[in-house]
Design a binder for this molecule. Structure first.
Ligand SMILES: [Mg+2]
Length: 324
């Protein structure tokens, strides 16, 4: 196997952008970053394990993209701007036919968000990909899970459920046309981190997170941390035409509890609606109001669901539990 230094140097270090705030990148014991004055450092780490988070035969270019994308998504959820990332890889072998496209997928996304690789480590073992991202957000402007207040609207970006729709087809839970599978598989394998949206929401949104484990399960994190409750109209949750063509049960399972969406769910006061419509226009990214934050009246009353007709909807959805 290539040594740790040559593998990182050869495939990753020079493929990602240089950045002025990185005083020292790959090659020393530590990287040195100078965050802008008045900013807080936002740090997050996410690990992808073969067989649990991705199939062994997933195209390496897509896997390189997704490995970084899911981490950048956590920065987006805080309203943070990317500064750099580290990469720890366990690989069964140093296979150039896998490493080259993997690093290309990773580097293409890193370049788009000016987010350089600043360090890494490699070892031999079952395939396991771990990224730590570093970002910056102005003090007092981070979008935290504990900041929702009663009266807020609840919003989501993009469309939810396509990643779960593709996963279900790949696991033979349901059948999809070739076109529907190709489209939804793009959502599963090429998620787009909503970095610009997160930064645009600074000073506008109250609480935010990225939807990685399913809308309802993730929304509960905001409710718990903010000590509030929520009413959600399940028919308002945005989804693709492919999901619209499914049965109600499949559609709701995918859109409400699917996971791997990497869209943002956030709360904002009603006074922010016009500003949010402008943000949606300027980013060409739909933002949809799906419900409201309400006072928490008693424990267990935190999340109630209804449909377009105002009828209650049962909460019989499980949050996506990776490949279980
Ligand atoms: Mg997250």
């Amino acid at each position: 196997m290539l040594t740790e230094f040559t593998l990182i140097e050869r495939y990753f270090a020079h493929a990602t952008p240089a950045a002025g705030h990185v005083r020292l990148g790959v090659g020393d014991d530590c990287a040195l970053i100078a965050p802008p004055a008045g900013s807080l450092l936002a740090v997050s780490t996410d690990m992808l394990v073969e067989g649990r988070h991705f199939f062994a035969d997933m195209a390496p270019r897509a896997l390189g993209h997704k490995t970084l994308a899911v981490n950048l998504s956590d920065l987006a959820a805080m309203g943070a701007r990317p500064l750099g990332f580290t990469l720890a890889l366990a690989l069964p072998e140093a296979d150039p036919d896998w490493l080259a496209p993997f690093s290309e997928g990773l580097a293409a996304l890193a370049n788009r968000y000016a987010c350089p690789l600043i360090g890494g480590d490699t070892t031999r073992g079952p395939r396991n990909l771990c990224v730590t991202v570093f970002g910056e957000v102005p003090d007092q402007q981070a979008l935290r899970r504990d900041a929702a207040v009663a009266g807020d609207d609840i919003w989501v970006s993009g469309a939810l459920g396509d990643a779960r729709l593709a996963l279900g087809a790949l696991r033979d839970e349901w059948a999809l046309s070739d076109e529907a599978l190709a489209d939804s598989r793009r959502a599963l394998e090429w998620p787009e981190p909503r970095i610009q949206l997160g930064m645009a929401l600074r000073g506008i949104a109250h609480a935010a997170l990225d939807i990685s484990d399913g809308l309802l399960g993730d929304l509960r994190h905001i409710l718990e941390r903010s000590h509030v409750a929520a009413c959600v109209n399940v028919d308002a949750v945005p989804h693709s035409p492919w999901l619209a063509a499914q049965s109600e049960a499949v559609r709701r399972t995918c859109a409400l509890a699917g996971g791997d969406d990497y869209e943002l769910c956030f709360t904002a006061p009603a006074a922010a609606r016009a500003a949010l419509d402008e943000i949606a226009q300027s980013l060409a990214l739909p933002l949809t109001r799906i419900g409201a934050i309400v006072p928490l009246e008693r424990p267990g009353s935190a999340l109630t669901l209804h449909d377009n007709a105002g009828q209650p909807v049962s909460l019989a959805f499980q949050s996506f539990d990776h490949f279980r």
